[in-house]
Design a protein. Structure first.
Ligand code: SF4
Ligand code: SF4
Length: 474
């Protein structure tokens, strides 16, 4: 529960709602990315979020190399799946991720001589003219690249959809999100040039008029580096802006979206959410249940630029599919907190074994303190969307003790999309999905802020999310 002073002074500035979270010294800030040593086996999920599963394209007993495709996307919303490391497929299994239970996966016994490969350095040559939309889509498709927030489907489908519908703005989100999760900032520092250049190329490829890099305006040093990178990026005068039909040739068009402009924003939580970014930067309101594409804005995460750049081919760089995830592993119970590059399909148990525990773990969370999901067991696997691993001890694991609503109105004041979480929780508890529709639960961005600020510790965010799913399925 936040203090009264935080409640009073944490508001103001930027968009409607939201709060400035109390400043904290992050244990992992500025730490370099290290590779997690290969575990003895992986269970690589064939399905992400709400998308359909990929179809296995190797047999049990087959040997695979790191980067080989093992799951084929047979529908537009599925993504290709690749073996993160060399080994032998030993079974088709079912696993749990933090977001879904009982999903199909491939068990991959890792070859004993398999050493963890360091990530490919991303030095995009200055004289490279950059990819057109078709190359971006092909690289995203072949590399199984996904974006955390923009879509459960892969990035390839999202880029193609963006181009089909047309957008005026592309926003690349480089803001910190939840407290404690600092991997995004480290990736930004390590790959700033590649991120800014990819941002410009995507802006041009989808025909956007403006391309923005959203950064924390209070972080002067990082802001300066971003400004320098944006100025330094060499971009051509013309660029291909659409995917051609097979018989067509590419059309050169005047540069659009080529200049990446900085959007320095107050890091008020949850400024990093796409609909809030679109409102803050462009001043457009996304309709409840819609996406920012509905209002002509494509929002992507800065770390997606790194995955896409890695999956692209250029002189001296072989394309590498998305097989690992850079994750912040932290929390009071962790002996060696840091940023770890983890093969997708690694069990949380193996992650915790490597980082070591200095005291008994009370709870393990996938994600951050506001929106993370507590795990029921440690066989849950790391996916392409895992953003953090928090191991909490007895002292820091706050078990809510809900009391009666005191009608303070904080949940409603702070909700970034103007919902009334208390009324929605009431409806969720009564199971009144029909009446709930008029209260627009589908607009909820699942930021967790209502639960965070509630002095009565009511499970508001869970209730609204439940209602959102029920209304969406109606
Ligand atoms: S979780 Fe949903 S209802 Fe709660 S503050 Fe965030 S957007 Fe509003
Ligand atoms: S649900 Fe919580 S935050 Fe909302 S009005 Fe009641 S006590 Fe206040």
């Amino acid at each position: 529960m936040t203090s009264v002073l935080q409640q009073v002074f944490g508001r103001g500035g930027g968009f409607r709602g939201g709060i400035f979270l109390p400043p904290r010294r992050e244990t992992t800030a500025g730490m370099p990315v290290q590779s997690l040593p290969p575990p003895s086996f992986l269970c690589v999920p064939l399905q992400y979020d709400d998308g359909p599963p990929a179809t296995p394209c190797v047999e049990v007993g087959d040997r695979v190399r790191g980067g080989d495709r093992i799951g084929r996307a047979d529908s537009p919303d599925a993504v290709d799946v690749h073996a993160p490391l060399a080994g032998r497929i030993t079974a088709l299994v079912r696993v749990d991720s933090a977001r879904r239970t009982d999903i199909p996966a491939m068990r991959l016994e890792i070859s004993p001589d398999q050493a963890e490969q360091p990530p490919t350095p991303l030095r995009v040559p200055d004289d490279w003219d950059g990819p057109g939309l078709d190359e971006l889509v092909q690289a995203a498709e072949a590399g199984g690249v996904t974006d955390d927030r923009a879509s459960p489907a892969g990035l390839a489908a999202l880029l193609a959809e963006t181009h089909r519908r047309g957008v005026r703005h592309v926003i690349i989100n480089a803001l910190p999100g939840e407290p404690m999760l600092t991997a995004g900032a480290v990736l930004l520092d390590d790959h700033l040039d590649a991120i800014v250049r990819l941002a410009g190329w995507i802006g041009m490829a989808v025909g956007a008029e403006h391309t923005w890099l959203a950064v924390d305006r209070a972080d002067g040093a990082r802001l300066r580096r971003c400004r320098i990178a944006a100025r330094r990026v060499p971009l051509g005068r013309t660029r291909r802006t659409r995917m051609p039909a097979p018989q067509e040739t590419h059309r050169a068009a005047p540069v659009a979206g080529a200049t990446v402009r900085l959007a320095p924003l107050a890091n008020k939580y949850p400024q990093h959410v796409p609909v809030v970014l679109a409102a803050s930067i462009v001043g457009v309101e996304t309709p409840p249940g819609g996406t920012t594409l509905d209002v002509g804005v494509l929002v992507l995460e800065a770390r997606t630029m790194v995955d896409l750049a890695t999956a692209l081919a250029w002189a001296g760089h072989e394309p590498v599919p998305m097989t690992h995830r850079v994750v912040t592993v932290t929390g009071p119970a962790v002996a060696r907190p840091g940023h770890y590059r983890i093969p997708v399909g690694t069990r949380f148990e193996d992650v915790l074994r490597h980082v070591g525990l200095r005291q008994a773990v009370r709870r393990v969370v996938d994600g951050g303190p506001l929106t993370g999901r507590a795990l029921g067991h440690l066989d849950v696997v790391v996916t392409k969307h895992t953003s953090g691993v928090l191991a909490l001890d007895r002292a820091t694991d706050r078990v809510p003790e809900p009391g009666p609503c005191v009608r303070c109105g904080w949940c409603q004041d702070d909700c970034p999309v103007g919902l009334d979480p208390q009324a929605l929780l009431d409806l969720a508890e009564r199971g009144d999905v029909t009446a709930a529709t008029a209260w627009h639960p589908r607009a909820c961005v699942e930021c967790g802020l209502c639960s965070y600020v509630c002095p009565a510790q009511l499970p508001l965010a869970e209730g609204v999310a439940r209602l959102k799913r029920a209304v969406s399925c109606k």
